[in-house]
Ligand binder design. Sequence first.
Ligand code: 5RP
Length: 254
Amino acid sequence: LFRGAPILYSQIRKMDDIALDAAKKTAARTAVDQWVTEDTKILGIGSGSTVVYAVQRIAERVWKEGELTDLICVPSSYQAHHLILDYNLNLGDLDRNPNIDVAIDGADEVDRHMVLIKGGGGCLLQEKVVASCAKNFIVVADYTKNSIRLGEQWCRGVPIEVAPMAYVPIKLHIEALFGGEASLRMAKVKAGPIVTDNGNFLLDWKFIANREYDWDEVNKAITMIPGVLETGLFVNMAQKCYFGMADGNVKVQN
Ligand code: 5RP
């Protein structure tokens, strides 16, 4: 009886992963087809597993359907940079393309007011810069990211990019201001801190899940702490969020 149990569990996990991947793919493809048109000249490319499906759909339209051939893609991370190159799309940068028409990115959690937690992959700083340069910032995610209030879903908390020499005072400052616990993100394999694309450390702040936070205020207050480069709280930035649902449909949230 007990020998069979782990097999069953891994099979269920696999089915869950397949369902989540399908949801990510549907959300990403729907958003690309609704937002990326022949009028889109500059596209911001976010990071994470859902964005891969968005880039695949763009590449399909460029290379199979002969559309969007002049589209320039501006990456928000090292991962996005290589994704653009791997799919042979036109690579841009903010020096030459500071006005982005549409940026498409994933999220770790989205609440009912369209406040996002981002940075699960550690790319929040560049993601926020790229999103802030976009006329339209569109989020793509699977149904597990859709919350009424932040903290409902399992996540590591709010990622915060910090200067390496300042992570301890910043951690103490955040905990004193807002409670919860901020911990340094460590690499799983190498026993050391994760270093971001910008050479910084990440704190994951586990806030008090059932407390009502004013996220705009929290974001501003944390950003003001010396040594903080950026937070993974995206407030008043996303225009629409596409959630791939378990039943194969897409839910659009404004
Ligand atoms: C990376 C991010 C990602 O967009 C976020 O973690 C969502 O990733 P995924 O699409 O794999 O669920 O913010 O810094």
